[in-house]
Design a protein around this ligand. Structure first.
Ligand SMILES: *[C@@H]1O[C@H](CO)[C@@H](O)[C@H](O)[C@H]1NC(C)=O
Ligand SMILES: *[C@@H]1O[C@H](CO)[C@@H](O)[C@H](O)[C@H]1NC(C)=O
Ligand SMILES: *[C@@H]1O[C@H](CO)[C@@H](O)[C@H](O)[C@H]1NC(C)=O
Length: 493
């Protein structure tokens, strides 16, 4: 047990050192690269939603092909340092949301270039003079900074968000607006821009309830930036997952799927100005005021989950509640201490589900199976959780082969290997999938794994165990027949 804990702590320091997380699977372009000016943005509206602990940006843009050839590659620029914190970037046709085939990938110039790009490829080429309305969505991680950076235990927290009032663009933009949606009307600071920048000469931004609108602006060249910032009340934790490791182990023989998630969380909220007072904390627990501390987490698990556990660096944690039935399963956990700004918490949770509810025979193929589970579960918080890196492994039964998988969570890597435990003869196929910069809004996305599992392999396991028992039986039989007893010797003497 001790050893296990140390191994686990070792992993925590590994996670902390591992920060260059997105420099994987990229196309390297020469540093002289500039996106070809095949397009212009005719009209653009960007929404920055700040209701959660990570901003969600949505760009709706009418794009026109101004080249004399059909074109299909649209570049979206990010400053270096920002791109490594962008997650879940997806594009679609705003007018035809069901249209599939858009891809988005990071293209890197060189590690020291000030600008990096996402390349969005349209499902079909856009002919000259034609337009398409793109909807591009993404999340920005580690985006809010508490200001002041130190506050008291019971204080309100304010956060600062810095952005450009002009949307990121590799092309000339004829007309644009940026709208901020805030979670509160308590906004002590917001940048006011000179009215002469505004196409209508209006006060900039315009405020309506909890929405601030910058623009409209007239023609701006590619790469134009107009810095702005907003500071607003956000007395909630800024929960940041440094690493989430998730194992899904399938046993046809045991009829079980065992899931374990190991979390390394930190709270990016304001640091405590004074020592933590448990007395003040317990008194306040009575009326439950908003707080920047992370106090509890709720895991809505797949229906029918059983045998849930919650263990942290110290051991079993009793402050958890697990309710399950055929329709829903909920695990509610309270860390050993409330997690204030800059505090870390490492823990694991696990549970079992019935194989027959999540693994099906593939139609018409008696030896082929299909598994459908969430890519990750993790807590679901009102204010949201962001993850730097999620590593999901699926451990298939021994003898499973031709493993294929599919998920709509953008991955940076996938590997297939062998996993051996002491009762295995061949080792089991394990697939390991890594995603970076993921937010909890993706927690319902499925992971689908298909594999062949021949019936000969299905009987392998019981045979191995039966064989093992025979050896033990034979061994004890031999031992039993040796006359080694001391008593007997004495009798004969
Ligand atoms: C991350 O990348 C930068 C630039 O490539 C490098 O200077 C830094 O040492 C790297 N950090 C780690 C932890 O590998
Ligand atoms: C943790 O709790 C579970 C259930 O209450 C118990 O079965 C298990 O032995 C405990 N483990 C440790 C290490 O205390
Ligand atoms: C898995 O990784 C390989 C490269 O190692 C890549 O070619 C393939 O597209 C990846 N598969 C998926 C589904 O991401």
């Amino acid at each position: 047990m001790r050893l296990l804990q140390w191994a686990w702590l070792g992993l925590i320091s590994f996670a902390a050192a591992d920060t260059n997380v997105t420099h994987e699977s990229r196309n390297i372009l020469p540093s002289t690269f500039k996106p070809p000016q095949h397009f212009r943005n005719v009209n653009l509206v960007r929404n920055i939603n700040l209701e959660k602990s990570y901003p969600r940006e949505t760009i709706n843009v009418v794009v026109e092909n101004i080249d004399d050839q059909p074109q299909s590659e649209y570049y979206l620029p990010f400053e270096q340092g920002t791109l490594g914190r962008i997650g879940g970037l997806e594009a679609k046709d705003k007018k035809e949301p069901g249209r599939t085939g858009f891809t988005a990938e990071v293209v890197e110039i060189d590690p020291y270039s000030p600008t990096e790009y996402y390349k969005i490829t349209l499902p079909a080429v856009l002919p000259p003079k034609e337009q398409i309305t793109l909807q591009i969505t993404y999340y920005v991680l580690s985006a809010l900074s508490p200001l002041p950076a130190q506050i008291g235990q019971m204080d309100k927290q304010y956060v600062l968000h810095t952005f450009s009032a002009y949307a990121p663009s590799s092309y000339t933009t004829l007309k644009q607006k940026t709208k901020l949606k805030l979670p509160t009307a308590d906004v002590p600071d917001v940048t006011t821009l000179p009215a002469d920048l505004n196409a209508e000469g209006k006060e900039d931004p315009q405020k309506q309830g909890t929405t601030f609108t910058y623009g409209p602006y007239g023609e701006r060249e590619a790469g134009a930036i107009q810095e702005a910032s907003v500071r607003y009340e956000f007395t909630k934790p800024l929960t940041h997952g440094k690493l989430l490791e998730r194992d899904i182990e399938i046993s046809h023989w045991g009829g079980n799927i065992a899931t374990e998630e190991r979390h390394w969380l930190t709270n990016r909220a304001a640091v405590l100005k004074n020592h933590f007072s448990r007395v003040a904390y317990q008194q306040s627990a009575y009326y439950n005021p908003p707080t920047h501390a992370l106090k509890e987490m709720r895991f809505p698990l797949t229906a029918g989950s059983v045998d849930a556990y919650f263990i942290d660096d110290i051991g079993n944690v009793s402050t958890s509640r697990f309710r399950t039935n055929t329709r829903e399963s909920n695990l509610e956990i309270k860390p050993r201490y409330p997690l204030f700004g800059n505090w870390n918490y490492g823990f694991k949770v696990g549970w079992n589900i019935d194989v027959k509810d999540y693994v099906r025979h593939l139609k018409g193929q008696s030896n082929s199976y299909i598994l459908k589970v969430p890519f990750f579960e993790g807590p679901k918080q009102v204010e949201g959780i962001e993850y730097e890196r999620i590593v999901t492994s699926v451990i298939l039964p021994e003898g499973a082969k031709n493993v294929r998988f599919e998920t709509s969570v953008p991955l940076v890597s996938n590997t297939t290997g062998l996993h051996r435990t002491f009762m295995d003869t061949l080792g089991r196929t394990i697939i390991t999938l890594t995603a970076v910069n993921v937010v909890d809004e993706f927690r319902d996305r499925d992971l689908i794994v298909t594999y062949e599992y021949p019936s000969s392999a299905r009987f392998m396991k019981p045979l191995t165990i039966f064989g093992g028992m025979l050896v033990v039986f034979a061994f004890s039989w031999v031992i039993g027949n040796l006359d080694v007893s001391i008593g007997k010797k004495q009798k004969t003497a």
